[in-house]
Design a protein around this ligand. Sequence first.
Ligand SMILES: [Zn+2]
Length: 427
Amino acid sequence: MLLELFGVAVLALPASPPPSLVVIHAGAVIDGTSAAARRDQAIVVRGNRIESVGPWTPSAVPSGARVVDLSSATVTPGWIDAHTHLMLDPAGGDYDTQLLKQTNEFRAARATALARRMLDQGFTTVRDVETEGAGYADVGLKQAVEAGYVVGPRMYVSTRAISSTGGYEPNGYSPERDIPAGAQLVDGPVEARKAAREQLAYGADWIKVYMNHRSWVDAKGRLVSQPTLTLDELKAVVDEAHGWGRKVACHAYNGIGMRRALDGGCDSIEHGLDLSDEDVAQMVKQGTWLCPTMMPYYYEWAPENTPAGAKDRKRMEVHMPSMRKALKAGVKIVFGTDAGSFSWDEPLAKEFAYMVEFGMTPMAAIQAATSRSAEMLGAAGELGVLAPGAYADVVAVAGDPLADVKVLEKVVFVMKDGKIYKEPAGR
Ligand SMILES: [Zn+2]
């Protein structure tokens, strides 16, 4: 319709079209919070939100809705990988090669493909815990995903990460050479706070700190880890981040660094390979999250009769009892793979099977990757659940993951923000 406006003919556009309406017919629904699956359900998606979840009734399908038949599949909320490094890919060379020889532009371009791969595997949200020398490339990638230029998960990013002098890769270079570090290295609470301020100002959703760096097996056969930031340095970072309403993720294995991480008030312990009873009790008391990341420790061990080989085997040996202790005490556990520290060719869903092997039920492992991670991210009710009002992030797998957790590697359907990115063939 043409209108006259101030003497100029303008085209009057119709009101914006109504939001799309999709009804998913699910063979079974695992909603992210309930203790059991529910059979034969309908999930109504209007626009980018879930409108309702209830028993499937063909006559109740609203007119104009598109029906997606997942009646032989199990449908869950989109998954959250709470520990990745999208700017790293070992297929492109070892750590030092990536840091020293690859441009940030190359690494960011590569990360667009890895982000797509994550989404195809059912991960609709990611907390990427530092760029490993690629600066603020994660902020740019997140912006490109949000603007629709790149297909990938929703991103929570932590930019450069913080450690101390001598507390991060790369190691072993001549002191005469000026080698860039994989993290922002600080000494003293003033520098620590300044680094946190910079990272928050340039777009960090989380601050990542390293509380341990080198690990080795001592003469008594114990795993020992070098501490990095002091308690005062960590407290400055945590205080600053909390003031901005942001959280702090602490890479910590055990020992002095772990004690400082917990005394300093960090929000999530990454890896937590070797938790003492005292560590576990403090995590429960403070409500600290644990992101255990089993996959990297099963990947490529150094030869057995070398210090590095002994360390690799020891890390695995202590991890299972540590995780079982945390589970028993009720520590809040989230799902994280540490992808990027190992090859992206490995299916990310393998982490679910490790979680089950380490003592979780398949349902608890699925909740760790859905509602629990969403809660840690401050998005409870919006992400990680199939419930009215949540973002329409939906994944389906062929089979029953509660009977065989490995079927989580067989993703047949992915919807993010109401848009379908993958669906069964023949449609
Ligand atoms: Zn990591």
